[in-house]
Design a protein around this ligand. Structure first.
Ligand code: FPP
Length: 288
C-alpha cells in the first residue's frame, strides 16, 4: 500500500469505528532471526525498529492509546544474554526516541513491575515518563515485566486490604472498583488486540482488559510489521460489529440513536419525553 492509499483507506473509516486503544503482542522476533540464520538478538533489534514505525504510525492515525507488550513477567526466564540485550534495546529506545516522543505530544506510561528492571533502564524510563507526563497526545504504554494474572492478584490483594480495613464493603465491589485497582485503570478500554507471527494466544496479556477487545492475528513477524499492517488490522477492526452481548438489532438501534444525538444534540427518548410533557402542559393549560 502506498502512502496515499494508506491515507485514503484510513480517511474512509468513520471516527467512531477507529479503535481508541490498540494493544500489540509483538511476537516472532526470534523466528524472524532464525530463518535468516541470525542470532535471536538481531530479531529483537529489528523488532525495536518496528516499534518506532508503529508508534509513529499510530500517533498519525490519531489512536489515543497504544500498549506494547515489550517484556513479560515470564520473559525473565529467558537466557540472561537475551534478557540483557532486550534491556539494552529498551534503554537505547528511550534515549533515541526521547525527542520524537516529546515533540509529538506523546505521553509515556508503563504497566508492570518496573522496579524489577535494571537501573540503567529505570533511570531513563522514569525520566521520560515524568518529562512527558503533561503531554496530551497519544498514550504510549509499555508493558514491562508485565503479567495479566499478576495484576489481577495485586488488585485482589488491594481490594481485600480495603475490605479488612473496613474501608470497603463487600457489596460495593464491582467491575469499576476492581478495574480501578489495575495498572491499566487510566487507559481507555482496549478495543483491538493484535498478535503477530501466526500465534493465536493471549499469553497473559491484559486478561481482564480484553474482555470485549477484538482480536486480530497476523502471520507477519513483528520485525516486518509496519504502517500497512497496522492499517490492515484497523480496517479489519472497523468492519466488525461489536455487540457487547446485545443483539445486532439493538446495536443498529443504538447507532441510530447516537446519530440523532449527534445531529440534534439530544437522545430521541429525551425528545419524546419532552414533547410528551410539552403536550401534557398544553393540555393542562387548555383545562384551565
Ligand atoms: C517476542 O518475540 C518478543 C519479545 C519477548 C520482546 C519484544 C521486544 C521488542 C520488540 C524490542 C524492544 C522493545 C522496545 C519497546 C524498544 P520472541 O522472541 O518470543 O519471538 P519467537 O516466538 O519467534 O521466538
Amino acid at each position: 500500500m502506498s502512502t496515499d492509499v494508506v491515507e485514503q483507506v484510513l480517511a474512509d473509516i468513520p471516527a467512531e469505528r477507529m479503535p481508541r486503544h490498540v494493544g500489540v503482542i509483538m511476537d516472532g522476533n526470534g523466528r524472524w532471526a532464525s530463518t535468516r540464520g541470525e542470532d535471536r538478538t538481531v530479531g529483537h533489534s529489528r523488532g525495536a525498529d518496528a516499534v518506532r514505525r508503529v508508534v509513529r504510525a499510530s500517533r498519525r492515525m490519531g489512536i489515543e492509546a497504544l500498549t506494547l507488550f515489550a517484556f513479560s513477567s515470564q520473559n525473565w526466564d529467558r537466557p540472561p544474554a537475551e534478557v540483557f540485550h532486550l534491556m539494552q534495546l529498551l534503554r537505547r529506545y528511550l534515549f533515541e526516541e526521547r525527542r520524537e516522543i516529546l515533540d509529538n505530544g506523546i505521553r509515556l506510561t508503563t504497566v508492570g513491575e518496573v522496579a524489577r528492571l535494571p537501573l540503567f533502564v529505570r533511570l531513563p524510563l522514569t525520566e521520560l515518563i515524568s518529562a512527558s507526563a503533561d503531554n496530551r497526545g497519544m498514550n504510549l504504554c509499555l508493558a514491562l515485566s508485565y503479567g495479566g494474572r499478576e495484576t489481577i492478584i495485586e488488585a485482589t490483594k488491594q481490594i481485600c486490604r480495603e475490605v479488612s480495613a473496613g474501608k470497603l464493603r463487600l457489596e460495593d465491589i464491582d467491575e469499576d472498583r476492581f478495574g480501578g485497582c489495575l495498572p491499566s485503570a487510566s487507559l481507555p478500554p482496549m478495543d483491538l488486540l493484535i498478535r503477530t507471527s501466526g500465534e493465536r494466544r493471549v499469553s497473559n496479556f491484559f486478561l481482564w482488559e480484553i474482555a470485549y477487545a477484538e482480536l486480530y492475528f497476523t502471520e507477519t513477524m513483528w520485525p516486518d510489521f509496519g504502517r500497512e499492517d497496522l492499517t490492515e488490522a484497523i480496517v479489519d477492526y472497523a468492519a466488525r460489529e461489536r455487540r457487547f452481548g446485545k443483539t445486532s438489532v439493538q446495536v443498529a438501534e443504538d447507532a441510530d440513536q447516537r446519530e440523532v444525538v449527534e445531529e440534534c444534540g439530544e437522545a430521541p427518548s429525551l425528545q419524546k419525553a419532552e414533547s410528551e410533557s410539552e403536550s401534557g402542559s398544553r393540555t393542562s393549560h387548555a383545562h384551565e
